[in-house]
Design a protein around this ligand. Structure first.
Ligand code: 5CA
Length: 440
């Protein structure tokens, strides 16, 4: 993409309405635009990041044996009356009437809808276990939408649902999601720590929140330092096993939000191993047994021919929240520092002298070669000052920048800059290209 053609409404000044750094940077980098309180338009740069995050989530769900489907945003009230949540959910639920005066709602989550699909489609224990997910917009009329996409009213969530014949089966599903979540967040460059959690309006008796450490997090967290240092991606996962050893390893050390904090237990940890910080919840998993299947009459035949209620769990990831959370975890005074896996483009190409025939040709050639090597490049071909171009690249945070200028071209070199370290190298064009393309 050529920057001169991209809709990229960057701001030089900090917008006054934004209280936290990710919200400021998302507005300044032209990623989002507020439509109304807690409801955002995703502009091209932001949309690319959202799609990258979504794709990592999808790949890890698929790897864990979870099947993707798509349920609607608008649901009928009757379903929620069956579970008893239509009245319980309160003002957070956006209630709508259609032209026939039928009561509808914009889904804040999908337990009822998926249970309805399941009870209509599955009859026998032989078809179990099943794990299903979708990635769909949700609406919760939050009292205080704030921090941009981090606490929105409309937000994108990945929600999975597991169906098993008994509690032991449901535990295996829970463990699969537990491990898939660790991998998902690690692939985005995040350290997410599972912490025992309350279940709130979803219900149930086993639940973990996945929380990343960041200064602006909404909750205070207390964790054993070793958890922050555990390696996640280094070992293969066999989803055909029960994964209990992996889950035990993560849950054996202390980690709690302030709601569940036990001061005495925390202080029993050697002082050097205690981490007291703030955190952002990026995922939340629940096992709730027959909480929905019993009132909604979702049953299957067991091996003895007896009808039994399904054991269920649900598993959420805040896909749109993650865009903000990653920025909270990875930025500096100049802007965003995208991890390579979610960056909107792999590399920026700055043409220092747009309009100069040699520079234009060299930049265009570089851009074409990057494309051929499978790298998504953003070419800054605007007639702006060098300073403005560097500032834009730093602000939007692409992992690498190649700068083409008249002086370098005479010597046959270009400058390669690494956004995360700030390291710069003058390299022959081919060497710079090789360095980038060798990175897979
Ligand atoms: N039904 C369950 C799991 S599928 C559920 O809804 N869980 S949840 O309420 O914990 O939400 C799942 C994830 O969505 C949260 O961990 C959080 O990352 C994200 N989320 C929740 N509320 C918001 C919000 N208002 N804005 C942005 N993201 C949100």
């Amino acid at each position: 993409m050529r920057l001169s053609q991209l809709l990229l409404p960057t701001l030089r000044e900090n917008p006054s309405e934004a209280q936290i750094v990710s919200h400021r940077l998302m507005l300044r980098a032209g990623m989002i635009r507020q439509s109304s309180a807690g409801i955002y338009c995703w502009l091209p740069l932001g949309f690319r990041v959202l799609k990258k995050i979504e794709q990592i989530v999808r790949e890890e769900q698929d790897a864990a044996g979870c099947q993707e489907l798509l349920m609607p945003t608008i649901q009928p009230a009757e379903l929620w009356r069956e579970s008893g949540r239509y009245d319980d959910y309160g003002k957070e639920m956006l209630r709508i009437k259609d032209r026939h005066e039928r009561e509808m709602l914009y889904g804040p989550t999908n337990e009822e809808q998926i249970t309805e699909i399941f009870r209509a489609s599955v009859r026998s224990y032989k078809e179990l276990p099943k794990l299903l997910y979708h990635i769909q917009w949700k609406f919760r009329d939050e009292v205080r939408p704030r921090f941009g996409v981090m606490r929105g009213r409309e937000f994108l969530m990945k929600d999975s649902y597991s169906f098993d014949i008994d509690q032991a089966g449901a535990r295996r599903a829970y463990n699969k999601m537990f491990v898939a979540y660790l991998r998902t967040f690690a692939r985005m460059g995040l350290k997410a720590i599972p912490m025992a959690a309350d279940t709130g309006p979803i219900g149930g008796d086993l639940s973990h929140e996945f929380i990343i450490l960041a200064e602006t997090g909404e909750s205070a967290v207390f964790v054993h330092r070793d958890l922050v240092e555990f390696d996640v991606l280094g070992s293969e996962v066999d989803y055909d096993t029960d994964l209990q050893p992996v889950v035990d390893r993560w849950t054996s050390l202390y980690a709690a939000t302030d709601e569940k904090h036990d001061k005495a237990k925390f202080e029993a940890i050697p002082e050097a191993k205690r981490v007291q910080a703030r955190g952002i919840e990026v995922g939340h998993i629940f096992y709730f047994g027959t909480k929905y299947s019993a009132p909604m009459n979702a049953k299957v035949m067991d091996a003895e021919g007896k009808e039994v209620n399904l054991h269920m769990g649900s598993y959420g990831i805040g896909v749109s929240r993650l865009a903000g959370a990653i920025i909270e975890a990875s930025h500096d005074d100049n802007g965003i520092i995208w991890p390579e896996s979610v960056a909107p483009y792999d590399v920026g190409v700055i043409n220092l002298r747009s309009g100069d025939a040699a520079c234009d040709a060299a930049a265009a050639d570089l851009y074409a070669k990057l494309g051929k090597a499978g790298k998504d490049a953003l070419l800054d071909d605007r007639t702006e000052s060098a300073g403005a171009k560097f500032a834009t690249m730093d602000l939007i945070g692409l992992p690498w920048t190649l700068t083409v200028g008249p002086r370098g071209l005479k010597a046959g070199t270009i400058e390669l800059k690494h956004r995360a370290t700030g390291e710069k190298q003058e390299l022959p064009v081919d060497a710079a290209l090789n360095k980038l393309t060798a990175r897979g």
